[in-house]
Design a protein around this ligand. Sequence first.
Ligand code: MEV
Length: 438
Amino acid sequence: MNTPVEGFSKLSKNQKIEWVAKHFTTDPESAKLLLERYWNEDPEVQKVHDEFIENTISNYYLPFAVAPNFLINDKLYAIPMVIEESSVVAAASKAAKFWLNKGGFKTEVLGTEKIGQVHFMFHGNDQKLKKFFEEVKPKLFQETATITQNMEKRGGGIKAIELRCLGDKMEGYHQLHCTFETLDAMGANFINSCLEQFAKTLKEEAKQYADFTENEKDIEVVMSILSNYVPNCLVRAEVSCALTALDEGQMTGAEFAEKIIQAVTIAKVEPHRAVTHNKGVMNGIDAVVLATGNDFRAIEAGVHAYASKDGSYSSLTHVKIEGDQFKLSIEIPLALGTVGGLTSLHPLVKLALEILGRPSAEELMQIIAVAGLAQNFAALRSLVTTGIQKGHMKMHLMNMLNQMGATESEKEQLVAYFKDHTVTNASVKQALEKIQSQ
Ligand code: MEV
């Protein structure tokens, strides 16, 4: 059995690799070579990556792709996407092209408000706490002035601080529910720094507040942290076209639209389907969030909470027919940054933002909402017509051939062959074996 290690973080990178390879792999020499092969040969570039996190022993590559031809509010974009799943970029590009000559995507930012909370316990009279809070509120702003001054100069800062008495949910529970405008920054550090100062001021001022009993003077701060649920940091994107423009092979535009309405309605009323429907949306969203160096866990958590806001988990996209117009839209909360954090550190993130024309956070919200909507449209279009597997397996063919060890010439022959044959694991294996036996 392996024994625990002491001081692992203090070992050099080579020592860490040595230790992991020796204790946890069956072929330590190959493991070491593999980890080293994925280092960047430029030590300066490697150092940047080493320092993002702790205990780095290698780099983990994901493909960086671009989906072109996205017309958003009459401006053309090529959208960078980082994702491991085949078909996603192809689907995005196909959807972009589909909507390109139908007016493209129209988007609108509905709000940019971020949220943070100081959670605390107060066992006393809520009326007195409310009076105390009103008196101490100016001090909460004053004592965060050094943190907020730069943000305020650019037009952002603390928007509001509200006291919430939540003793009915949990004995003694109260919070400062605070809202912020963080402009082009995601704002996590700014918000958390403000909140920790609010907590300190609150606690210190309570100790000296004459109207409080000794018990009431002892406010117990539990934690101060931003919320990743930002229902007022909201963006909307929409595509629309005449029903006749939706003609799909065997189906008329009206029949196709009706199928899409059924599919979206199922996702609205049935959580099992809603989760998969929204997973497809997130294929587009996460890929751009990652490419632009944003926090995909924060986005995922916030978006899924929003999908449940009416009491049961439901579709993030909406569809309707108005007159002869088909309209598919999405409305999602996205707290994003285009300055600070990874955006100024990761060379490929900088490039992704350059490809997008150095967007503001608001512009990036709109681009990412579009990526989600495009992905949803592409998935629904396949699902209600040919089924998802046809296109998916075609895109997956190269992965299968690589796994089966096909040579370049075999791959070329088989890609041509499967243009008009059904791709399954068995059919690919059989076709490869046939070529190899010739
Ligand atoms: C696969 O990654 C995503 C889909 O399942 C989404 C959907 O079903 O809507 C195709």
